[in-house]
Design a protein around this ligand. Structure first.
Ligand SMILES: [Zn+2]
Length: 271
C-alpha cells in the first residue's frame, strides 16, 4: 500500500471550543465567521455560539507571527535547528518567525509514536504547557531531507492556522466515502464519523480568507492514496510549499512594506 501522510490537525475538546474561538477572534477579528454571508446562503442558519465556534478560523494576528519553539524531549541541538529552519521556510514570503526557546515555548514539539499532527493556529494557546502542540513521530537527523520539507513545513502550516487543502469540495468529491471509511478505519482506527469529519467534509468555501480553487499541489494537501479515490488515481499532495501556498501565506501574514529609500541629492537637483 502506498504511504499516506498521516496527519490530522488536532482538535480541542468540545468544552474548549468556545473559549478558543473567543481567543482566535481577539487575536485576529477576521477569524470570526462571516455571518452576513452565511445568512445569505443559508437563511435558516442560526448563529448559536456552538456553531460560530466551529466555523471560527484560527489565524494569528495579521501584523505578523513570532512564536517561540521548544522540544519536549532531549532532541539533539542539530535536530532542533534543522526542524526550526524548515519551520521558517514560510518566512520567505510571510511575516512569520519561529525562534528556539527553553522558557515557556508557545510551540512544543514531541516525537512520540502518534503520527504527524499540529494544533491549528491560535488553538496552540489553549494547550497545557506540558503538552505538545506538534508531533513529528520518529524524526531524527537520519530522516531524509525530503521528509523535513514535506512534513515539518506541512505541520508548521497548521501551526500558522492553515487547514487541510484536500478538504475542499473539488477534492473531497474525488474520494469514495465507503473506501475512505474502511481505509482510515484500518490504518488510523478512526470511526466512520471521524473519517467524515477529517476527510469527507469540505471546508467552508465561503471563507473570506480562502483561496478560490483547490490547489492539489499545496503542501497543505493530504496525499490521498488511489485505494480511496473513485477513479483509483491518487491525489498527489504537495511535497513542498508551492507558489500558491507562498502567496496565500503572504496574504494572511503580509510582510511590512519597506519604506522607500530617501531621495538622492541628484534626484532633488542638488549637487
Ligand atoms: Zn495536516
Amino acid at each position: 500500500m502506498e504511504p499516506v501522510l498521516v496527519c490530522t490537525p488536532k482538535r480541542l475538546p468540545l468544552n474548549q471550543l468556545e473559549s478558543a474561538a473567543r481567543i482566535a477572534t481577539e487575536i485576529n477579528p477576521l477569524n470570526h465567521p462571516p455571518i452576513e454571508r452565511l445568512l445569505r446562503v443559508m437563511p435558516n442558519f442560526e448563529p448559536t455560539k456552538d456553531r460560530l465556534s466551529v466555523l471560527t478560523t484560527k489565524f494569528w494576528h495579521n501584523g505578523g507571527v513570532k512564536l517561540t519553539v521548544g522540544f519536549l524531549d532531549n532532541a539533539p541541538s542539530a535536530l532542533r535547528s534543522r526542524i526550526i529552519k524548515h519551520m521558517n521556510a514560510w518566512a520567505k514570503t510571510a511575516n512569520v518567525k519561529f525562534v528556539a526557546s527553553n522558557t515557556d515555548p508557545q510551540v512544543r514539539i514531541a516525537r512520540i509514536e502518534d503520527g504527524y499532527w499540529s494544533y491549528l493556529g491560535t488553538d496552540v494557546l489553549s494547550i497545557d504547557a506540558n503538552e505538545p502542540t506538534m508531533n513529528l513521530e520518529g524524526f531524527t537527523m537520519q530522516t531524509p531531507e525530503s521528509e523535513f520539507i514535506r512534513v515539518v513545513r506541512h505541520e508548521t502550516g497548521h501551526t500558522m492556522g492553515f487547514p487541510h487543502e484536500h478538504m475542499r469540495k473539488e477534492l473531497v468529491a474525488k474520494i469514495d466515502s465507503k473506501k475512505a471509511i474502511k481505509f482510515f478505519g484500518q490504518t488510523q482506527g478512526w470511526s466512520a464519523q471521524e473519517v467524515r469529519q477529517q476527510v469527507l467534509t469540505p471546508i467552508e468555501e465561503s471563507s473570506l480568507l480562502g483561496t478560490e480553487h483547490a490547489d492539489p499541489n499545496s503542501i497543505m494537501c493530504y496525499q490521498i492514496p488511489g485505494v480511496i479515490t473513485k477513479d483509483g488515481r491518487p491525489i498527489i499532495g504537495g511535497t513542498d510549499i508551492d507558489d500558491q501556498d507562498y502567496a496565500f501565506a503572504a496574504k494572511i501574514y503580509p510582510k511590512p512594506k519597506t519604506a522607500a529609500p530617501p531621495p538622492t541629492r541628484a534626484a532633488l537637483g542638488l549637487r
